[in-house]
Design a protein around this ligand. Sequence first.
Ligand code: ADE
Length: 236
Amino acid sequence: MSTPHNSAAPGQIAKTVLMPGDPLRSKFIAEHFLDNPVLVNNLRGVQGYTGSYHGVPVTVMASGMGMPSIGIYSWELFKFYDVDNIIRVGSAGAYTADLNLFDVFLADAAYSESTYALVQGGNTAHTLYPSAALNAKLEKAAAKLGIELHEGTTHSSDVFYRANDGYLQDVILNHHCKVVEMESFALFANAAVLHKNAATILTVSDSFVTHQETTPQEREESFTRMMQVALEAAAD
Ligand code: ADE
């Protein structure tokens, strides 16, 4: 069995999948952190590898950018490959002054204006939640590794380039969003409908407060701490 977006054979995908947005980051994680990584899906260049971490099978595969993209890949992984856990490992823009570049952020909720959950499963909620069990494992892994985790609500936005910033005040003040990225809401919606587990851990790559940003190379290489937390949780 394969799916329209995944050519892996049954059994080639592990029960836990790490999903960066960027295919190059997927390859980087596989090559630097997994033992015996095998490329199991490269349709559209998503760089899906299965290997092991501390003896536990783990798959890493890119989600692409945005909710439609992660919606497709995560649905197929949960529904057709019987994946139990998906941990998104991504980047985020900081909305608040207490977050600095390279801080690691665990989403305890995802707010979105998106109609993804409504169209997909009739869910009218605009705030969705990750798996408490997966988040607990991520917190435990971070504590074990001595890595500070910031926590809060992520804004899952369909918009990267904004014509003006007026709208931000609503998202920050009324919906208490501390960071922005573009995928978690759809991932959490799929997990809820399919009774699976999803979580999101992010590294701050830019700030709406200081207007600092990281370079693509820094982004690829510096996300190591987040990946270690995610892999440690995956192997727990
Ligand atoms: N991911 C990283 N930075 C982002 C930003 N500024 N907006 C949306 N998604 C992001």
